[in-house]
Ligand binder design. Structure first.
Ligand SMILES: Nc1ncnc2c1ncn2[C@@H]1O[C@H](COP(=O)(O)OP(=O)(O)OP(=O)(O)O)[C@@H](O)[C@H]1O
Ligand SMILES: [Mg+2]
Length: 257
């Protein structure tokens, strides 16, 4: 199992990159897509209509757990997630986290949920987590189980300083990840590309690619169409495919689950 978390400053293209990675990797792998952004838009990018969010399931659980009596609460939660929250798309499954964990008396539900999620994740070969902008997911533990962290940046100074903080936080928190990668995105006429390369060198972060500004992405955006409809032979799509292969390999046959 490989868990990949896609992080970075707001609006840098995390969801675009996540959606395309999901689209290409789901052809050869049993894949779970996780939308961990409370302002969820991964389902639209994938052209999938989501079912209930994990937050909604947790709320029902909070209300009804006293009435469950001797019923195994973990099994109940797991069953509920499969029955109501996992969306089965043609080639992959999707889980939308929804509302972030509230303060107060959610601890029981949350720790149970984490256990169930860990178990559930084992059914997949590849898990791609599209996170919310910034650093909030570090305190929520959303990416604590990630093997690879991808930081998406544009050419802005702000994008790179968020990348730097993500790198620092991931080592401060001693997350058990294997590697952190950088992806430049929405780069116009190569502007700022050298700065991104320099930054990657200085920080010792492997730069996967510096992806261009792409008009087709803008056109799909204007029409409100899923990003996965983009021409898969375009330069942009081909480069994302290469990133996918670099991270996970080609895959050797997909088992049904
Ligand atoms: N390479 C690109 N060329 C042109 N437009 C792009 C490119 N990448 C992303 N975009 C556009 O930029 C906007 C932001 O992209 P996206 O939603 O993927 O960013 P994000 O990092 O997920 O944002 P958020 O932080 O809000 O979740 C979208 O309108 C998207 O279509
Ligand atoms: Mg996003």
């Amino acid at each position: 199992m490989v868990v990949i978390a896609v992080t970075g400053k707001g609006g840098t293209g995390k969801t675009v990159v996540s959606a395309l990675l999901i689209h290409f990797l789901s052809r050869n792998h049993n894949l779970l897509a996780v939308d961990a952004d409370p302002d969820s838009n991964l389902p639209e990018a994938l052209g999938v209509k989501p079912r209930k969010t994990l937050g909604e399931i947790r709320e029902v659980f909070q209300v009804s757990r006293d009435e469950m009596g001797t019923m195994n609460k973990e099994q109940w939660l797991e069953g509920k997630i499969y029955a109501e929250a996992i969306t089965e798309a043609d080639n992959f499954d999707l889980l939308v986290m929804g509302r972030p964990e509230g303060e107060g008396c959610y601890c029981f539900a949350n720790s149970l949920l984490r256990g169930v999620l860990r178990k559930l994740m084992r059914h997949y070969d590849v898990i791609i987590i599209d996170t919310e902008a910034g650093l909030e997911h570090f305190s929520r533990g959303t990416i604590s189980g990630a093997d690879y962290i991808i930081v998406v940046t544009d050419m802005s100074k702000k994008g790179l300083s968020t990348a730097k903080r993500i790198k620092e936080l991931s080592s401060e928190l001693k997350l058990n990840f294997k590697q952190i990668f950088l992806v430049g995105n929405r780069i116009m006429n190569g502007m700022g590309e050298d700065i991104i390369k320099e930054f990657a060198d200085e920080e010792g972060i492997e730069l996967l690619d510096v992806l261009p500004y792409d008009e087709e992405i803008v056109k799909l955006d204007i029409k409100g169409e899923p990003i996965v409809l983009m021409d898969e032979n375009s330069d942009y799509a081909e480069r994302v495919k290469k990133i996918a292969t670099r991270l996970v390999g080609d895959g050797n046959g997909k088992n049904e689950h």
